[in-house]
Structure formats: C-alpha cells, structure tokens
Design a protein around this ligand. Structure first.
Ligand SMILES: Nc1nc2c(ncn2[C@@H]2O[C@H](COP(=O)(O)OP(=O)(O)OP(=O)(O)O)[C@@H](O)[C@H]2O)c(=O)[nH]1
Ligand SMILES: [Mg+2]
Ligand SMILES: [Zn+2]
Length: 311
C-alpha cells in the first residue's frame, strides 16, 4: 500500500493512504537514507510504501524526494531535521504596510527557496490599504523589481477579495507552504480559502507555541478544492541553507541567466571588468536593490559560507 505522510512526530507518522484512509504508522526497523544525516528519516510530504500489522502501518519504503526543506538540529550539530518534503511551491506573503516587509528579507528568502529548488509566488496582501500615489508607486517598484527577476506576483486583499481566486487556481493539485512575517495575513487567507481548515491550523500552531517541545512538527492539510498546504509552526523562513559564497549569484535567477556573459568565468560581479551582471544593472535589466542585496549577502560572512540571517 502507498500513501502520503501528513503528520510526523519523530517516532509516529500519520499516513493518508491512496485509498483514502488515515493510518497511524511507524518505521520498519532501522531506517537510513543515503547521504543525509537527519533526525527524522521520514517527513511530512513524503510518499511512502507501507504494510499493515494489525491496525498499525509499517513504513518500509520512501519514494525519492523532488525537494525538501531542512533545518539544523539544535542539539546534534551535524544532524538536520527535514521539515517538509516534495513541496510544489512557496507563497511568500508580503505587505508594504501594517506590517512593512523589506526587500532584504524577501531577497534572502528567495535565495533560500532557489537553493531548495522550490518555486515562489509573491503575494502582496492588504492592497486595500495602499491608496496614496506614493504607496502606489512603491507597489509598482516592487512589481518591476521582481518582474525583472522572473517571479510570479499577485496583488491580494483578503479584505476585499481581490486576487484570492488566482491563488486558489495556483494551489489546485499542488502542495504549498505559506510564509511571511507575522501579521501579513496568512491565517486570514487560509480562512478565506477554506473556513473549515483555518481553525485546525490555528489550533495546531497555538499548541506548538505553548508546548514544551523545542522541536516543532509540520502537518499537511487538504483543502476542500483539491489543494494541500503544509503548516510549519515556528518556521518563519528558510535560514538554514548553507551556500558556497561563489555560488550565491546562481540563486538570483536574473543573474544566473546572464553570468555566462561575464568576461571572467569566476567573476564575483563586484569589481571585475566586463561583468554582464553590472552591465545589466546599469541598463535597468536587473534591479539595483537586488544587486545590492546580493552584495550585502556576499560580504556578510568572512568564512566563505553564506548563511542567510534574520529570518
Ligand atoms: N486591511 C486588511 N487587513 C487584513 C488583510 N488581511 C489580513 N488582515 C488583517 O491583518 C491582521 C493579521 O492577519 P493574520 O491572518 O492573523 O496574519 P498572520 O500572517 O496569520 O500572522 P501570524 O499568525 O502571526 O504569522 C488581522 O487583523 C487581519 O484581519 C487585508 O487584506 N487587508
Ligand atoms: Mg497566523
Ligand atoms: Zn560578473
């Protein structure tokens, strides 16, 4: 039998079987995944094969993952915890007001998502609050910036309903995760998409926050229109990727596209002559803010490893 892992507590798993049953399961004997030292070999989002022993499932096989999100285990330095597997897309919710989201945060988030090879859709929520000319110009600036980078963007207002249908369409038959600062409207959107689900998501998050657990566990929920979301309480961003400094530009799609045109193969796009990235920026094809955030990430760490901070 096969199914999808919808809940994981580290020792127990809940599987939604392909035949539609919820099954409590454990792992068969000692389980190891090649090349990855993780505290939990099976994670939410994994497709697994299992057999029944009484009314309990026993997982004996995990399908190859197309991607996964990890974080470092707090106690065991070399080990990682897999937070979620097989994520189709990340929705990053942004508000330009109440609260204000900054591009530095967004660009660091996007680098993490690129490293995980997970597509991101930018959702600008609370558009109903942006009325002045200055505010509207700011929206246009954001849209241009991330248009040049090639990201899909949607203007949204959970309050007046604009954009919600577009999000719903994108979510169908996919596994999504919602991220963004506290107060941007993630729960409000989920509530608007599927009122039955919202309550459960909030209950889960609340119990995790008040509980004594230092580890938090994700849970996968199915929405009534054929979409799935993974709720990852306590995880606000993707700050656990470690990237080689020399590879940082690969994680900026608009730089990745152009870097083969730099004169030097090892161009860091900083002081080198005939740098295609800097030329593109001067031409207005790469947003200055993106380039400067690249520099700030590049220079942030002396030890040649880039570790996104602050989220
Ligand atoms: N004006 C306006 N307010 C909104 C909109 N969407 C959400 N809000 C309000 O913003 C506040 C925060 O919304 P939440 O949905 O709780 O935000 P959240 O992202 O889930 O926050 P955390 O759970 O803390 O991460 C609430 O008071 C919502 O009513 C919107 O489109 N327009
Ligand atoms: Mg919330
Ligand atoms: Zn260059």
């Amino acid at each position: 039998m096969e199914g999808l892992v919808v809940k994981s507590t580290g020792s127990w798993y809940e599987i939604m079987s392909d035949s539609g049953n919820r099954i409590q399961a454990r792992l068969k004997g000692k389980f190891r995944i090649k090349g990855l030292k993780s505290t939990n070999p099976v994670s939410v989002g994994d497709r697994v094969a299992f057999e029944m022993e009484g009314d309990e499932g026993v997982i004996f096989k995990i399908a190859e993952r197309k991607n996964y999100i990890i974080r470092k285990s707090i106690n065991l330095s070399k080990q990682v915890q897999i937070i979620a597997a097989n994520v189709d897309q990340l929705f990053l919710m942004i508000t330009l007001k109440n609260p204000k989201t900054f591009m530095g945060f967004v660009d660091r988030f996007l680098v993490g998502a690129e490293a995980y090879r997970i597509p991101v859709v930018l959702l600008y929520n609370k558009m109903d609050l942006l009325k002045s000319e200055v505010e509207k110009e700011e929206v246009e600036n954001w849209k241009l910036t991330y248009d040049l980078a090639g990201y899909h963007q949607i203007e949204l207002s959970v309050k007046d309903g604009r954009g919600i249908e577009k999000v719903r369409e994108l979510m169908k038959n996919k596994v999504s995760i919602f991220s963004g600062h506290s107060g941007v409207g993630k729960s409000s959107l989920i509530n608007a998409l599927d009122p039955k689900l919202d309550l459960r998501v909030n209950q889960i998050s609340a119990s995790h926050q008040s509980g004594k657990h230092t580890t938090t566990f994700a849970e996968l929920f199915e929405l009534d229109f054929g979409a799935k979301i993974i709720d990852t309480p306590g995880i606000k961003g993707y700050g656990n990727v470690e990237l080689e400094k020399a590879h940082l530009a690969h994680y900026f799609p608009e730089m990745r596209l152009r870097m083969n045109d730099c004169k030097f193969a090892d161009c860091a796009h900083i002081n080198e002559p005939k740098c295609a990235i800097k030329e593109a920026m001067v031409e207005g094809e790469i947003a200055e803010s993106r380039y400067f955030n690249y520099l700030s990430m590049y220079e942030q760490d002396e030890n040649e490893t880039y570790r996104p901070k602050g989220y």
